[in-house]
Design a protein around this ligand. Structure first.
Ligand SMILES: Cc1ncc(COP(=O)(O)O)c(C=O)c1O
Length: 383
């Protein structure tokens, strides 16, 4: 059997698959089993911010695994300690403590639990079209029957309100509200950018009512939107959930917390959380983002990209929107067929809902590669 047949035969069919077999990656390029090259505008849904095949991360993982690959967090470890200090130093505001886990859903699970333990209240308010992962607790916060319905009953205590609508949020907050959980840019929900005045007011409501504010930056973190963390452009949270690009492509999640977060010893732990191999990868990755100026690159290339997309002038486009190198092209029709056509032209993009083409290229993408993507979009959307 070939690769596709093997995966189809032996894996649960939970992913909508594309018809290519990817075998290698370098920078913002992906290569399939036939040697065909693609420009990557998906970055594994925001994982590969520093690009594919980074030598420094590879060396860090190799060296750390041989030194001490795993070290359960009941023991102290210098690499974990260094990463915790590093994250506190780059985090906005007073987010100076970290809980390490292994994925985005786990980060949100932890934040929901920490909100309950810190406030003694049960309810979490999240947004319609929000996406926070698919494990049982995170799933209750994720919006949408297509994700939730097959797995009911869900964890109780979650309420959903319309995004960017202050009156609805204010009305939903009550005496039993532990936290508000939001993305500052909704990724899966269609690259919908939050309103900064809304987020400032949400902060004020939370402060007035003793409610914690959790911002989910699993997709927007680490330079994606033109600042190290997108929330720097919107609001200061009490907890910041991170994963995806945190460790340069090695699985890792984290919740950054301020002093309001209280969790009893032993009540929430993780076997692999904070393992030194992932910590070494994260330290190397953050170092690359800083030394190579990828945050500023995301901002300037993002401005260039959105200007070029704005000039596409196709009757099929309803709106182009974005922040840094997180871009969405909303069409007046279903986007799926165009995603396929773009792949045939050598450009890999994502969907975000039925009608939005989402672009999340590695931050190391070049201007020339962006020009090639824009040309492919022009050809595809004008045809
Ligand atoms: C904003 C956000 N939160 C959480 C998640 C879930 O992350 P994971 O797939 O690592 O569990 C995602 C994944 O796309 C996401 O975009």
């Amino acid at each position: 059997m070939n690769t596709q047949e093997l995966e189809q035969a032996y894996e649960l069919a939970v992913y909508p698959r594309r018809d290519i077999v990817l075998v290698r990656g370098r920078g913002a390029r992906l290569i399939d089993e036939n040697g065909r090259e693609y420009i990557d505008c998906a970055a594994n849904v925001g994982v590969s911010n520093i690009g594919h095949g980074n030598q420094a991360v590879a060396r860090a993982v190799h060296d750390q695994y041989l030194t001490l690959g795993n070290c359960y967090s009941m023991f102290y470890n210098p690499v974990r300690a260094k990463l915790a200090e590093k994250l506190a130093s780059i985090a906005p505001g007073n987010l100076n403590r970290v809980f390490f886990c292994n994925s985005g859903a786990e980060a949100n699970e932890a934040a929901i639990k920490f909100a309950r333990s810190s406030t003694g209240r049960q309810e979490i308010i999240a947004a319609m079209r929000g996406f926070h992962g698919k494990t049982m607790g995170a799933l209750a916060a994720t919006w949408g029957p297509k994700y939730q319905k097959p797995f009911a009953p869900l964890m109780p205590g979650l309420k959903h309100v319309p995004y960017n609508n202050l009156a609805k949020l204010e009305a939903a907050v009550g005496d039993n509200t532990a936290a508000v959980l939001l993305e500052v840019v909704q990724g899966e929900g269609g690259v919908r950018i939050g309103d900064s005045v809304y987020f400032q007011k949400v902060r004020q409501i939370c402060d007035a009512k003793g409610v914690l504010l959790i911002i989910d930056e699993v997709q927007t973190g680490f330079g994606r939107t033109g600042t190290m963390f997108a929330c720097e452009q919107f609001v200061e949270p009490d907890m910041l959930c991170l994963a995806k690009s945190l460790a340069g492509g090695i699985p890792m999640g984290a919740v950054l917390c301020n002093d309001r977060i209280k969790v009893p010893v032993k009540s929430h732990t993780s076997t692999f959380g904070g393992n030194p191999t992932a910590c070494a990868a994260a330290l190397a990755s953050v170092d690359i983002i800083q030394k190579e100026g990828l945050v500023a690159k995301s901002r300037t290339l993002g401005e260039y990209f959105i200007k070029e997309l704005g000039a596409l002038n196709s009757s099929k486009i309803r709106e182009v929107r974005g922040l840094g190198l997180m871009l969405g092209i909303e069409l007046k029709e279903k986007a799926g067929p165009y995603v396929q056509k773009l792949m045939e032209k050598g450009v890999i993009v994502l969907l975000a809902g039925a009608t939005v083409i989402r672009l999340l290229p590695p931050l190391v993408i070049t201007k020339e590669e962006i020009d090639t993507v824009v040309q492919a979009l022009k050809d595809t959307l004008s045809a």
